[in-house]
Every structure is written in structure tokens, then in C-alpha cells.
Design a protein around this ligand. Structure first.
Ligand code: GUN
Ligand code: ZN
Length: 437
């Protein structure tokens, strides 16, 4: 006897074949989930596929709802939950005045646990089912985050921030200790259920050459091998002019900022670089050659006054890109609002961010950046059933706009422009409902 859950609703997702994106929309669709494995068995038009199943049991029929794959946020800082909306500074001052002060509190595992839970609640109510997050530099801040994620059965990536200079002493480790602590955390958490580890040197300003070498060693010790996914790496690159000037002084022998990371061998297809908004052409080229990945964080770049991303350019080099919130530099957890700002930044460069592309960059494209597109990112059979149920009438203006939309593309654009957490009606993790508004 089958043990399936059936969800009848409008359904949207995007599939990618040979680098070409195809939006797939079923106005009256059916999503079939295997209850035991939590994986998707089938998706299609209700009338085309329902006869193959006994939908009389375990069927939920949603009206005026749109099912989509959960959002994937590829660059965020969970310890900055309370740093969000900090007034009046640019990057380096903001780090010293607000961020480094708050991150010291994560030495206390109870506090870390408290914030990790608030953070995950906030992600889920915004429809974000997977994130790659920086933790603080304390091991216990990582344990707190992974424990909270595991309790909720979430697919998450995280890592201990490595920082051995240019930060308050209390937040600094040594290059040896950062290696030992990160390795212990990798052994404990990497590929433990749905969790993955990301080696996390904060950026070139706060890591010495010797610490970046330790990060490289960790990457080489845990590569993709025998069907097992290797550890990822997350850091920051070319976010702010002042930062870039300082990196030049600290690493005079490297050709440029990306060159610092490349010379020390922490680039490649498991490495994800946040921001990249002031890249030179040489850096774009090198990123492409090494297969390095990018998280664009438009809300953070505007909030801190850092600059405007160049999506067209990244794409012309064939670099894998995603969109991310970068909370607390970013001022919203909502990936709808991240897409909204990405659209406006693109307009500033006389470029239109198509809604199909915007949703790709927050779902399947983002999963690809995290090397997880074999398990999440869309609703294809075999994927893990992490999905969201969007209320198409959540606000009066969205309801009115959706009623006059003549295509799914127009509806998607309404959602990404006018939407926020009010749209997220339900969230399912591995086929189980974990949130209802
Ligand atoms: N660069 C180094 N650390 C950070 C951080 O915490 N946030 C942002 N936006 N940029 C950084
Ligand atoms: Zn960041």
C-alpha cells in the first residue's frame, strides 16, 4: 500500500537542462510526496497524473495558493539577528561598532541557542528552508546552531568564523586553534543528517596568511569524494572600497583581492564568495576559471552603502550566482524583498531582472551554489520535499494585482515586488508541515 501525501494546488517551479531554464507552472497541479522518505515522487497537472495514485486518502486541496520550493539563502549571519537595522555606518565601522560587540555574546551557549532558535523561526516564517550561515568564532555557537537545525530536520550549512587579527581579542582565535576547532566541528556535523559544514574565514582582513592556509588544508582534507559531498567554504570578497584598500596593504604580493584567496588555495567549486560587487575583469575571469560561486546581497549593499552588483557581468563569465539576505548587514529576512531590491539594483544598471530568473536565484540557482541541487531547489521527483505554500490573497494589493495578471510571470513579479512574510501561509520540511501562519 502506498504511503503518500498529496497536495493539490497551483504549483510553480523551475527546471534547468543544459544551462537553460524552463519555468514550469501547473494551474491545477498535484504534488506527490512519499511520507517515509520525505521525498517528492511526482509533480504534474492534477488531471494528467491523479489516476496513477489513490488520492482519496491524504489529500490536501489548497485554494488560492501557490506551492513553490522553499527559498535558499546562501549568505547570512545568524549571530547578527539583533544587529539588523543598526544605524548610520559603512562596513568597517559597522563591524566594529555593532557586529563585533554582539558576536561576543555567543561565547555563552545558552544565548547562542536562544538566538539560533529565534533565527530559524524567522527564516521559516519567511519561507527560507535552507541557509548557509556564518556562526560566531566560538565553537559553541556552531553547536547551538546545528542542534537547533537538527531538531527541526532542516537542511542547513554553517561554520565557525575563523579570525586571528584586526578584531577584538575575545573574538580572535589562532590559526592553529581555528584549524583544530573547525576540524572537530566538521567531524561532528558535516554530512550529519541534512547538515553540511562550511569552513568560514571571515575575510582577508581578519585572517592572516597562516590562517587562510589552515582553511585551505581543511578544504583539501574534506573534498567531494565517493559520492560524499565535501565541506564548503564561505567568506567575503570585494564588498567595500575601504575594505579593498586595506586588503591591498595586508597582501601586497597578490594581484588583487580574489588573488589573495586564490594564491592561498581556498577558491573553487566548493567556495562561495559573498558580495563581489567591485570585482575587476581579471577577478571575474579567475572566478570563472576556478568555478568559484557567488552570493549577491543587494539589500546589504544598499543598507551599508557598499555599491551595486553587476549580475549581467557575472552571468557573461558563466559564474554560478545566487541571491542572499546577508542579515544583519541586510535589512530583511524575506527573499521576496531581496528579489525586490535585486530588481531595482539591476534597473540602476539598465538591466531587467526577469522574475523567472529572480526566483531561480533564490531556489534552484542557490541550491546549485551550495552543491545541493541534487536534493533541493525545485520540486522534481527525487528531491527532498521542502516547500512553501504562498497565499495569493495575503494582502489586498497583492490579491488585486494577481487577479489582473495574465501570466505566471506577472504573478511572480507581483510576489517579488510586493511580498514579504505575510505571503507565507505554510511551510513543509521533508513533506511534514512545520509552520502555519
Ligand atoms: N565582511 C566581513 N564581515 C562581514 C559581515 O559580518 N557582514 C558583511 N556584510 N560584510 C562583512
Ligand atoms: Zn556577510
Amino acid at each position: 500500500m502506498s504511503n503518500n501525501s498529496y497536495f493539490r494546488s497551483s504549483i510553480y517551479h523551475c527546471v534547468e537542462r543544459s544551462a537553460s531554464l524552463t519555468p514550469v507552472y501547473f494551474e491545477d497541479g498535484l504534488l506527490v510526496v512519499d511520507i517515509d522518505s520525505g521525498k517528492i515522487i511526482d509533480v504534474g497537472n492534477f488531471s494528467d497524473i491523479e489516476s496513477g495514485y489513490d488520492v482519496s486518502s491524504n489529500l490536501i486541496h489548497f485554494k488560492d495558493r501557490l506551492i513553490m520550493s522553499g527559498f535558499v539563502d546562501t549568505h547570512v549571519h545568524y549571530p547578527q539577528y539583533k544587529v539588523i537595522a543598526s544605524y548610520g555606518t559603512s562596513l568597517l565601522e559597522w563591524l566594529n561598532q555593532y557586529t563585533f560587540v554582539e558576536e561576543q555574546r555567543f561565547a555563552d551557549e545558552d544565548y547562542a541557542d536562544h538566538i539560533a532558535n529565534l533565527f530559524l523561526d524567522e527564516l521559516i516564517k519567511n519561507g527560507t528552508t535552507t541557509a548557509m550561515t556564518f556562526c560566531a568564532s566560538f565553537k559553541q555557537s556552531v553547536d547551538a546552531f546545528f542542534n537547533a537545525s537538527q531538531q527541526r530536520n532542516l537542511r542547513m550549512v554553517a561554520g565557525k568564523v575563523m579570525m586571528d587579527r584586526n578584531a577584538p581579542e575575545m573574538l580572535c582565535d589562532s590559526s592553529e586553534d581555528s584549524y583544530i576547532d573547525s576540524k572537530e566541528l566538521i567531524e561532528k556535523w558535516h554530512n550529519n543528517g541534512r547538515l553540511r559544514y562550511a569552513v568560514t574565514p571571515r575575510f582577508a582582513i581578519t585572517s592572516s596568511k597562516s590562517q587562510l592556509e589552515q582553511a585551505s588544508k581543511l578544504l583539501s582534507e574534506y573534498p567531494d569524494e565517493d559520492g560524499q559531498k565535501g565541506v564548503l567554504l564561505q567568506t567575503h570578497l570585494n564588498e567595500n572600497d575601504e575594505e579593498i584598500g586595506w586588503v591591498k596593504e595586508l597582501f601586497p604580493d597578490s594581484d588583487n583581492y580574489f588573488g589573495v584567496y586564490d594564491d592561498l588555495r581556498i577558491t573553487g567549486s566548493n567556495s562561495v564568495f559573498g558580495h563581489c560587487i567591485h570585482n575587476t575583469d581579471d577577478e571575474y575571469l579567475k572566478m570563472a576559471e576556478t568555478g568559484s560561486k557567488v552570493s549577491l546581497c543587494p539589500r546589504s549593499n544598499l543598507f551599508l552603502g557598499s555599491g551595486l552588483f553587476e549580475l549581467e557581468k557575472l552571468e557573461s563569465y558563466g559564474i554560478d550566482v545566487s541571491l542572499a539576505s546577508d542579515v544583519g548587514g541586510g535589512d530583511s529576512f524575506s527573499m521576496f524583498q531581496v528579489m525586490n531590491e535585486a530588481y531595482k539594483v539591476s534597473r540602476m544598471n539598465d538591466f531587467n531582472l526577469d522574475p523567472v530568473k529572480a526566483f531561480y536565484l533564490t531556489t534552484l540557482g542557490a541550491a546549485k551554489v551550495l552543491n545541493m541541487d541534487d536534493s533541493i531547489g525545485n520540486l522534481e521527483p527525487g528531491k527532498e520535499a521542502d516547500f512553501i505554500v504562498i497565499d495569493l490573497n495575503a494582502t489586498e494589493i497583492i490579491s488585486q494585482k494577481n487577479k489582473i495578471s495574465s501570466s505566471i510571470k506577472e504573478t511572480l513579479f507581483n510576489l517579488m515586488t510586493l511580498g514579504d512574510d505575510r505571503l507565507i501561509d505554510e511551510v513543509y520540511i521533508m513533506g511534514q508541515r512545520t509552520y502555519k501562519k
